[in-house]
Design a protein around this ligand. Sequence first.
Ligand code: UDP
Length: 260
Amino acid sequence: MTVAPSSTPRVDVLGVPVARLTFERLLRQLDEALRAQKSGGRPEYYTYVNAYCATLAAREAPYRAAVADADVVYADGIGVVWATRLLGGPCPERINVGPIELGKIVDLCAERGASVFLLGGAPGIADEVARRLAAERPGLRIAGVHHGYFAPEEEAEVVRKINDSGAALLIVGLGPPKQEQWVSRHLPTLRVHAAWCMGGLLDQVAGAVAYPPEWVRRHHVQWLYRLVVEPRRLWRRYLLGIPEFLGRVALQRLRLERQA
Ligand code: UDP
């Protein structure tokens, strides 16, 4: 559901156009999308980048294109916020969508009478998130759920299920790069008002993976916390990815200085 073209300024970080906006501004943009009349336009599409995602985007063109296709790509990591400062277009804040922010998003949906579809996670995860969200918010309508481990030949059926559900907001938790490539590929046929990529948040809200305490978020060491909780899955991402990110940003900055 395309709303008026966004006037949000953007800054290029390793080829990704990062939007310089606050979470409150993004919520207002979602609100506009939820209230817009359905006229066959493509849904709004929001996703995020942190140091890992930006490095992946620099390396993998299909993922970079799928991220760049989003209406809003927000800075989900403090590393990306620092990079935007270094690259001449500072983001006003880091936007990390955790359980509290998800609560605000679904509260807005409940207020607007907009139903939500949850896609992603192992079988049972999205069901548990739906149960927890609905239990806390009697006004919220969960239009449907689907796990994130479907085969390519099942994709059309998943899209049909989402469209038939009448959901206004599609929350996608397939993890990068899969979630962005999936959303970008199906955006023309999805009839939701907005699709929002949220990575592993569904696992955390379902209670399958521990969510970092507030002080961890406040001190921007969420990556370290996640590394301790899931070392086998995440060591490569952080221990190799962060130095690569810093190196690539430094190179981009040098190129900018040379051009000036
Ligand atoms: N996932 C999925 N289908 C897949 C691969 C991953 O649903 O084919 C889910 C996985 O179960 C987990 C999430 O995607 O819930 C992984 O997100 P990740 O932690 O990598 O994203 P982040 O939050 O770090 O960006």
